[in-house]
Structure formats: C-alpha cells, structure tokens
Design a protein around this ligand. Structure first.
Ligand SMILES: Nc1ncnc2c1ncn2[C@@H]1O[C@H](COP(=O)(O)OP(=O)(O)O)[C@@H](O)[C@H]1O
Ligand SMILES: [Mg+2]
Length: 368
C-alpha cells in the first residue's frame, strides 16, 4: 500500500517536472523574442544572380546577399537582417504595389444623361475637353490653344469623378485615373517617376485623359518642406508641372484634376498652361436634386411619390447623398416586405442620411 503511494507520488513529481520544463522552454523562447533584432521589410527591385537590389523604407537602394533557397522576383516584399541587409525571408502574398500595376487604363461608360443638375459644368467640359479632342483642326484654324488642364472642385459627392468619366466616354479616350493621396503614400521615393510613367502611358495610349483625384494631397500650399516625406511630395508635384508644361504638341492628352479643398491649393498649379480652367461643382439646386433623384429612381418601383416634399427636405444634400437616399428608401421597402416604395420610405431615408453639413459650412467660409 505504502509502496503504491510512493510510486504515485514519484509519478506526479515526474509529471510536474515535465510541465515546468516545458514552461521554462516556452519562457526562454519568449525572452529570446525580446532580444532579437527586428528584421526590416523591404521591396525587391531587381534580382541578380545570388544578390538582389532592395529598396528600404527611406527610399535608398542597396545591393545585398540573399539567403540560400529563396527565389526572388522584382516586386516581392522581403525581410532583411538589420546590419548586413541580407534577405532572410520572402513574404507571401504581399507582392508589392508596382508602379505598372498602379496605372489602370479604363474605358468608362458614363452617359451625359446620368448626370443631374450639372448642365453648366457639362457645357464647359465639352468646350475645353471634348471639342479640342474631337476637333483639333478647328483650334488650329482659329489659332488658339485649348487648355491642357481642367480643375474640378466642389464638395465630395457632387459628381466630379462622374463628369470626368462622362467626358472620357463621349470622346472615346483612354481614361487613366490616379488618386494623388495614394500616389504620395504608396510610392515613397517614386512619386516623380510614376508621374513620368503616367504621361508616357498617356502619350502611348492617346487620345487620353489623365484624371488626378484629390490633387490637394500633392499641391497643398501650406506644405512645409521640412521632412523627407514633404520634400518627396514637392518633387512629385514639380514633376507633374514639368510634364504639363512640356506637352505643347500633344493636344490629344488632357489632364483633369479634382479637389474638394481648392482653398489649400498652391497657386502654381493654376497658372496658364496648367490647370487654367476651373469648374465649380456646387451642391445641387432644387431643380438639380429633382434631376438627380429621377436618375437614381429610374429603375425603382415607386408608388406615387411626393417629390415636392422630398426636394424641400434634401436641401444641401450632394448627388452622392441623394443616391444613398434612394438606396436606403429601397431598403425600407424590403424590410417591410414590399415591392413598391412609398414617400414615407424616402422620408425615413432622408432622416437617416444626414448631409455633410461640415463641408457646407467650410465652403461657405471659403467662397464667401
Ligand atoms: N450630379 C449627379 N448626378 C447624378 N449622380 C450623382 C451626381 N453627383 C454624384 N452622383 C452619384 O454619386 C456618386 C459619387 O459621385 P462622384 O462623381 O464620385 O463625386 P465626387 O467625385 O465629386 O466626389 C456617383 O457615382 C453618382 O452615383
Ligand atoms: Mg470623386
């Protein structure tokens, strides 16, 4: 009996010992994690024999060794050792954003009819973009140069992107959209090169329209050029202006930029020969709202809607917000198991979708 007990005890102690050993091992491994130097995340620019050209976060390039059995391609993201910058591991599924992949060509199909309340803006863009692209001879005969760049400005959701796509559709041109804020965030050290590529591509695919959204991210006046990031943005902007100043004999490329912060723009970009046509997108008037609502309810199954009340209650709604009202109204009907939409659905939707008042206040300040 006693012998059995002591055997049991030994067994328990043995088990506990095992457990503690495992726990010590675990803690040691954890401790080692704290001691280890971090690896740097870099992009592979080029693969040459057993070496690779990598780009580190600050934009500098290095030619480094690669650990055995790692197959690299340019564009891969890798981990490198801090001191020697030797590539020790390749990261999966994070093939980095390559300049070539960033530029996407589009053939938009936005018809003029799908724009509501923008008659003036349509007229103007037709004059400065459509007419010169479709009829360059006319401008030669008359002896004037059509503008190269057009700036669209106004609150978010007022149809700036839509208008740019509509003019690309009507002129059947290649549409090359880029978002300036992405340009400066994703391509540290390469913004200027991307701009060069952008114009090169536009030339190859001409007639074409380059659409630069959120241009304020690139051309903000209050930018202090202290940090390297800011200098980088500045370089990218200078490249953009250089490209625009440069293309005199390529009337079949137009640059359209958009912003909702025109107050912050560097006046340099508005100089003649650059973005010297400015088209404002105000919030839609009552008539404009009527047109926009009719566009976005075209395929909806409406029971006699009191549009008058709706129009009164959507003062200071943007086109995008009006579209959201229509979608939301449809959802109220769905939740109610109905297939027709009532005025009450729209009114509830209007309550839910509150307009972006902040912008209106700001813009009132801005434009007086
Ligand atoms: N004037 C408008 N007419 C019809 N739809 C509009 C209008 N303005 C905005 N919208 C709707 O809102 C969406 C977003 O508009 P968008 O053109 O991207 O605005 P912005 O570029 O000015 O921020 C459009 O795709 C469209 O569905
Ligand atoms: Mg837009």
């Amino acid at each position: 009996m006693e012998k059995e007990l002591s055997l049991q005890l030994t067994q328990n102690i043995h088990e506990e010992n095992q457990l503690l050993k495992a726990s010590v091992g675990y803690l040691k491994a954890e401790l080692n994690k704290y001691k280890e130097l971090p690896l740097l995340v870099c992009d592979v620019k080029k693969n040459i024999h057993n070496k690779a050209i990598i780009r580190v976060a600050n934009g500098n390039h290095f030619c480094v060794n690669v650990a055995a059995n790692i197959q690299l391609e340019s564009g891969d993201t890798v981990l490198v050792e801090q001191k020697s910058l030797t590539v020790v591991q390749k990261l999966d599924h994070t093939k980095s954003f390559d300049v070539d992949n960033f530029l996407i060509l589009e053939k938009p199909s936005v018809l003029w009819e799908s724009l509501g309340g923008l008659d003036e803006q349509i007229k103007e863009i037709k004059e400065v973009v459509e007419l010169p692209l479709n009829n360059p001879e006319l401008f030669k005969k008359i002896g004037i140069e059509p503008p190269k760049g057009v700036l669209l400005h106004g609150a978010p959701g007022t149809g700036k992107t839509l208008l740019a796509k509509a003019v690309a559709t009507s002129t059947n041109t290649t549409f090359i959209p880029i978002v300036a804020s992405e340009l400066v965030q994703k391509f540290i050290g390469e913004g200027a090169k991307l701009v060069k590529d952008l114009f090169q591509l536009a030339k190859e695919k001409a007639p074409s329209i380059i659409f630069i959204d959120e241009i304020d991210a690139l051309a903000s006046q209050r930018m202090e050029t202290g940090t390297s990031g800011e200098r980088e943005v500045q370089r990218t902007l200078i490249q953009l202006l250089t490209e625009m100043d440069g293309f005199k004999n390529t009337p079949n490329i137009k640059v359209i930029a958009a912003t909702n912060r025109i107050d912050t723009l560097d006046p340099a970009i508005l100089r003649p020969g650059r973005f010297d046509r400015i088209i404002e997108f105000p919030l839609p008037s009552k008539e404009g709202r009527k047109q926009i609502l009719s566009i976005h309810t075209k395929n909806m199954n409406l029971s006699s809607i009191d549009f008058e009340e709706l129009l009164e209650k959507t003062h200071s709604f943007s086109g995008a917000e009006l579209k959201a009202v229509c979608t939301e109204a449809g959802y109220y009907a769905i939740r109610d198991n109905r297939e027709t939409i009532f005025t009450s659905d729209f009114l509830k939707a209007v309550e839910k979708i509150q307009p972006n008042i902040n912008y209106e206040e700001n813009s009132l300040e801005m434009f007086g």
